[in-house]
Design a protein around this ligand. Structure first.
Ligand code: DGY
Length: 318
């Protein structure tokens, strides 16, 4: 019997590729160059595929779904799936899976690392040392802000938010959080309205999924509520923050600093961010440890393998 056709949009680890090769006819992959495919390439390649393994960086819109004649499942190697038009998938009977849980701890580690790097001016001081500008020790050199005993406000107390709150407990931070509803999992954290969280937090950490409801959740009005000494950390998604409003707030020193792993229009984020020494910029790597990215790819692959074997999907979103 002919094996089902699979399309893999980006380079994946060899062990994951091998597990798929055993059961699928891989009609297209990106192992050689890993250059993102544009919409036309996606449409062309999806046309004859039964299954697709994609990433957060592939825009799977209604036109791509419309080009799929026999597609059964799209497995994205990410927990967030706002890049996929799930309604268009549903309308065509295409199932979608994501990768929750496997990235929770690694992403929480990174959220904490980005907060610490921003608070303690790690990138800025490293640039200075590398540039040969370090001529001597001084009391006030790169004086940063303390995390311990500071107030951390987490917007989005899901799995990753809770894991960040647990880390914050070790730093004896006061933790506030905001969700639409108070969460059962919120360890030693207090639910407050978003406005109170913004007013009282020394560090505001964004961990919400992107959707029309969270588009520009942090804009000029929200930034105006933050303390001038406060730091914004975004490990959620570009678009959750209004980048132009953030640039204006940083220019006018209305907040102290920002740590940003995600941007509107990434990877072509607004170069205005580059002028700020107090902004730590990372290229959407919060879940990127070798082990976790491998687990994400494997979970995506395992969803496809399960479906091809007639078994239930492991982590369906729709
Ligand atoms: C996710 O899993 O949604 C991450 O953003 C991917 O890197």
């Amino acid at each position: 019997m002919a094996r089902p056709g699979l399309v893999i949009t980006r380079r994946i680890y060899e062990e994951v590729y091998t597990s798929l090769q055993a059961e699928f006819d891989i009609r297209a992959d990106n192992q050689a160059t890993d250059q993102p495919w544009d919409i036309q390439a996606l449409q062309q390649r999806i046309a004859q595929a039964d299954y697709m393994l994609c990433t957060v960086a592939d825009k799977i819109d209604a036109s791509v779904i419309g080009a799929a004649a026999r597609l059964k499942v799209i497995a994205t190697g990410a927990v967030g799936f706002n890049n996929i038009d799930v309604a268009a998938c549903k309308a065509r009977g295409v199932l979608v899976t994501n990768t929750p849980d496997v990235l929770t701890q690694t992403t929480a580690d990174f959220g904490f690392a980005l907060m610490m790097a921003t608070a303690r001016r790690i990138s800025e001081s490293e640039r200075y040392a590398r540039a040969g500008q370090w001529s001597g020790w001084a009391f006030d050199q790169f004086a940063g802000r303390d995390l311990h005993h500071a107030t951390l406000g987490i917007i989005g107390m899901g799995r990753i938010g809770s894991a960040i709150a647990r880390r914050a407990a070790g730093f004896e931070m006061r933790v506030l959080y905001h969700n639409r509803m108070p969460s059962q999992d919120a360890v030693a954290a207090t639910w407050v309205q978003k406005e109170q969280l913004l007013r009282e937090s020394d560090f505001v950490m964004l961990v919400v999924p992107y959707s029309p409801a969270t588009h520009h959740l942090i804009g000029a009005a929200e930034l105006a509520l933050m303390k001038p000494s406060a730091t914004l950390i975004n490990i959620a998604r570009g678009g959750v923050v209004d980048d132009q409003a953030l640039i204006a707030a940083l220019k006018e020193k209305r907040i102290a600093a920002a740590g940003l792993d995600v941007f509107e229009n990434e990877p072509k984020f607004d170069p205005a961010f580059l002028q700020f020494e107090n902004v730590v910029i990372t290229p959407h790597i919060a879940s990127s440890s070798r082990a976790t990215r491998g687990a994400m790819m494997q979970l995506a692959a395992d969803n496809l393998l399960a479906h091809a074997r007639g078994l239930p999907l492991l982590t369906p979103v729709a």
